[in-house]
Design a binder for this molecule. Structure first.
Ligand code: SAH
Length: 405
């Protein structure tokens, strides 16, 4: 493919501080700039880096150089020396695809084909929505390889259109080779709103303007589960965004579903997504509100639901926000527990990788108990299979299903 002109790359050799060397031996994909103690030449974005062992000068790993990030090298391969060439990328993308095959056997045509570091392509996310492939880059390291990466992605996925999304950080930095966020780099995009299927339920995503790549695929399994549990139930979907849980609940036969989000635009998408489907008979209502206030108002009004789903945004984007995030999870568990009927279901999720799953479940459970209720754990889940996890920071999603008494 000919998306951008050829960008020459060179190979750089580096050595690391012992602590960082140990991390590489454990196959951690990031090398921070202050861990590098020797580097034989200056690097440009996307240059190949070979990491050598301090004592014996053996090959340890190789990756790509990123002069614009404190994570100076993002690793691609560990152990034995290998050539990072077109064949390596083809094989790596094919391996990623193979992991997703069981999901593609279901009535689903939307999936994450590449999950960055976890699929050995750090800072590169690829989501497929029906015939449209969205590639989101978080680092400049990918530009020298973009032409053939896109070629293999198209060949493997069979998609007819490719949209490029660029992280905000990337958009604010240097050379982007005339590429813009939201640019169609292959094929034709007839409508920026793309309709796709998730376990038989229809959704749409705005692949140009939507959050991340347009939709959150990671909860697919939990949404299906909520759909299965919703027959004849009343459901509250808090932080609903485009109605992922709401639409599955309605399609699963819920009597009434309330989607609550602070964004009116998100709730408009939720309504459109409901309308895409044949809903048996359930009513759909939306509430534009701050979740903490909205839930308290419902408690004051003595409102109750058979199922309450609370799936907030990441509250801990930085290290110093962890305590605040834990406090938010605690408050949400208490609010949610008060809104569920006796014997109802409270489903609590977190997507903050900085709050580990053990802590999140403990906070959720302690705070349900604090409301004077008890609970039984029905299930605890993490990522769906198109979000494989390779390193600690890659694990972010957790979801607890509590029967509340
Ligand atoms: N549950 C969704 C994803 C949630 S994304 C799904 O399954 O797809 C997080 C959502 O939280 C966004 O839509 C955002 O608008 C909303 N949000 C952020 N802060 C909020 C707040 N204080 N109150 C209510 N909604 C909020």
């Amino acid at each position: 493919m000919n998306i951008i002109p050829n960008i020459p790359i060179k190979t750089i050799a580096i050595k690391l501080k012992p602590s960082a060397e140990k991390m590489v031996k454990r196959r951690h994909p990031w090398i921070f700039e202050d861990s590098i103690i020797k580097q034989n030449k200056e690097g440009n974005a996307g240059d190949l880096v070979v990491v050598y062992d301090n004592k014996k000068n053996n090959f340890l790993a190789c990756g790509l150089y990123d002069p614009y990030s404190p994570i100076r090298v993002k690793l691609l391969h560990y152990g034995k020396p290998t050539k990072i060439n077109e064949g390596w990328f083809e094989e790596t993308i094919f391996k990623a695809y193979k992991l997703r095959i069981p999901l593609l056997d279901t009535d689903t045509n939307s999936y994450r084909l590449v999950f960055g570091e976890n699929d050995y392509l750090p800072g590169c996310i690829v989501d497929v929505y029906n015939q449209v492939l969205v590639i989101k880059l978080y680092s400049q390291i990918w530009f020298p390889y973009l032409n053939y990466i896109v070629e293999y992605l198209v060949a493997i996925s069979g998609c007819s259109t490719v949209v490029l999304r660029l992280s905000r950080l990337l958009q604010s930095k240097g050379v982007l080779y005339d590429l813009k966020d939201g640019q169609v780099i292959f094929g034709i995009l007839e409508d920026e709103v793309v309709v796709f299927r998730e376990h038989g339920v229809l959704f749409s995503a705005n692949v140009i303007k939507g959050h991340k790549t347009g939709y959150f695929l990671d909860h697919r399994h939990n949404r299906k589960r909520v759909g299965e549990l919703s027959q004849e139930k009343t459901v509250l979907d808090v932080f609903s965004y485009a109605g992922g849980f709401s639409v599955h609940a309605l399609a699963g036969g819920a009597k009434e579903v309330v989607s609550l989000d602070i964004s009116k635009q998100a709730l408009d998408m939720a309504k459109e997504n409901v309308n895409l489907n044949r809903i048996p008979y359930g009513k759909h209502k939306v509430i534009v509100a701050d979740a903490f206030e909205g839930l308290q108002n419902m408690i004051n009004a003595k409102k109750k639901f058979d199922i309450v789903v609370i799936d907030p945004p990441s509250f801990a984007k930085r290290e110093n926000e962890i305590d605040k995030a834990k406090n938010c999870y605690a408050r949400l568990a208490r609010l949610g527990a008060q809104l569920v009927v006796h014997n109802g279901l409270l489903i609590l999720a977190s997507c903050s990788s900085r709050v580990v799953k053990e802590d999140f479940f403990k906070i959720s459970e302690d705070n349900i108990l604090d409301t004077g209720k008890t609970f039984k754990v029905l299930e605890k889940t993490t990522h769906d299979i198109d979000h494989p996890i390779n390193f600690a920071e890659g694990a972010y999603l957790k979801c607890g299903y509590y029967r509340v008494f």
